[in-house]
Design a protein around this ligand. Structure first.
Ligand code: SUG
Length: 452
């Protein structure tokens, strides 16, 4: 049976703003209160997805799909915090009483679908179903509001229980902090055979001795406990699963997810030398799981200081294609503008590994909140039968691209500040837009609008 990898890119939501909501994410803190452009952000992301869809179609190597945004402000959260009355009253009163909390309920962070869920393809699971676990994202309040709607969306798209198995998000506690696919990579030799699932965690919750390895300043968002539960729930075999810890110094330098410092695909991984705590053991565990060649391209801190890793987001590139036809790096434009990063990319392309070239994309609106090309997509490996079982309109073809572009042009604001979010009209605009989107994408009722 043939399998194809789909990149599900997150459509940027109408409330995209710079709230400085993510402690430990350098870009998010640095751009707090900057004026955002939700329209530009959504169009930039969609253009990247469209370009990759066309390239994938030409080579037949991969597919491209879209995940919808979530409703914001998220009124169920504000009501849970004790604000009551009509929608307009809830919005006005909460924005006045607790502007910072209110802004968090407006975050469009679900655009970074690499954090939406962890997904194991049917090739890797004991029951031969695709397994989905929405990430609880408990480390940041604004992101912890995503998992329920994310679960609704994934269940609406992958509805056929013959092929798809959905798990609940892990318990809402930092012991089980889970940030989804940003800390999960699937390596493989061949698209039609079981792969190697690689889980990277920031800390072990129950290793509380004074010598426990953990960051000193910023949170370790993913725990070993969370990754282990997911591997168990997804029915992965121990032989095809590898766990590794992030280097805590990297987290303290602003590397809040593994996908800010390492990216892997097929039989290749490129990473910075500070990516893993016990790097030699990690590399050799990965290599020994492969019967054929497994390539690791490690970039030294001398060639690329950690500050450049965080500002350029080189390792938040996507890797697309395969070893036979060549892999390509899909990098943020910021990498082309940094001479040191550019030199590193040239070296990767020249070296003995499957990478043949690079494409740069402008996703600046997202980058200013710490989200590069890889953050914006969730990888789902599917057989043709599984693709055929999807009834929602999510695969990005010319017609869906045209409909989504027109929808963005009509409903999105050119500019948005945090103050604009407190206008009840903004919420109403969002509900109207998302109602229309559910029709365009044939999603059913995935949102929780409160029409009072
Ligand atoms: O969780 N930024 C996101 C960025 C997520 C990037 N994802 C991956 N690396 N996979 C985060 O920190 C900032 C929102 C704000 O400050 O307005 C934010 O949530």
């Amino acid at each position: 049976m043939s399998y194809i990898e789909y990149n599900f890119d997150g459509l940027v939501g109408l409330s995209h703003h710079y709230g400085g909501h993510s402690f430990g994410n350098v870009a998010s803190s640095a751009n707090k209160a900057a004026v955002s452009s939700p329209k530009q952000a959504a169009l930039q992301g969609l253009k990247k997805a469209k370009t990759l869809a066309e390239m994938g179609l030409q080579t037949g190597g991969w597919g491209q799909a879209i995940l919808p945004p979530q409703e914001r402000p998220f009124l169920p959260a504000l009501r849970q915090l004790g604000f009551s009355g009509s929608n307009a009253e809830v919005i006005r009163n909460s924005a006045k009483a607790h502007p910072q909390i209110f802004a968090k309920t407006c975050s469009a962070a679900s655009m970074w679908t690499a954090n939406a869920a962890t997904i194991s393809p049917s090739l890797d699971t004991q029951d031969s179903k695709v397994h989905f676990t929405p990430a609880n994202l408990v480390a940041m309040y604004h992101r912890s509001l995503e998992h329920e709607t994310t679960g609704n969306i994934l269940q609406a798209i992958f509805a056929d229980s013959r092929y798809f198995s959905h798990h609940k998000a892990l318990p809402q506690n930092t012991i089980y902090g889970d940030e989804g696919a940003a800390n999960h990579t699937r390596f493989y030799d061949n698209h039609s055979e079981p792969g190697l699932e690689f889980f990277v965690y920031g800390a072990e919750s129950f290793a509380n001795s004074p010598s426990a390895v953990k960051p000193a300043n910023y949170p370790a968002r993913q725990t070993l406990e969370a990754s282990s539960i997911i591997a168990r729930n997804h029915q992965l075999s121990a032989a095809n699963t590898v766990f590794a810890q992030q280097n805590p110094d990297a987290i303290d330098a602003g590397v809040f997810h593994n996908d800010v410092i390492a990216v892997g695909h097929g039989n290749f991984m490129m990473c910075h030398e500070w990516a893993f705590w016990n790097k030699e053991a990690t590399y050799s565990e990965l290599k020994s799981a492969f019967s054929s060649e497994f390539y690791v391209h490690e970039v030294s801190n001398k060639d690329l200081p950690i500050e450049d890793v965080v500002s350029s987001y080189l390792f938040n590139s996507q890797l697309i294609g395969d070893a036979d036809n060549g892999m390509f790096i899909v990098a943020p434009q910021e990498c082309a503008d940094n001479a040191r990063v550019k030199a590193v990319i040239d070296k990767i392309i020249d070296n003995d590994n499957p990478v043949k070239g690079v494409h740069f994309f402008d996703v600046k609106q997202s980058m200013r909140n710490g989200g590069g090309p890889a953050c914006l997509r969730l990888r789902v490996l599917l057989s043709q039968q599984e693709v055929d079982a999807i009834s929602a309109r999510v695969v990005l073809d010319d017609a869906l691209y045209a409909d989504l572009s027109a929808w963005i042009e009509v409903h999105y604001r050119d500019q948005l500040t945090v103050n604009d979010l407190a206008d009840p009209k903004f919420y109403e605009e969002g509900c109207t837009a998302l109602d229309e989107l559910t029709q365009i994408m044939r999603l059913g009722s995935v949102y929780d609008f409160q029409k009072v």
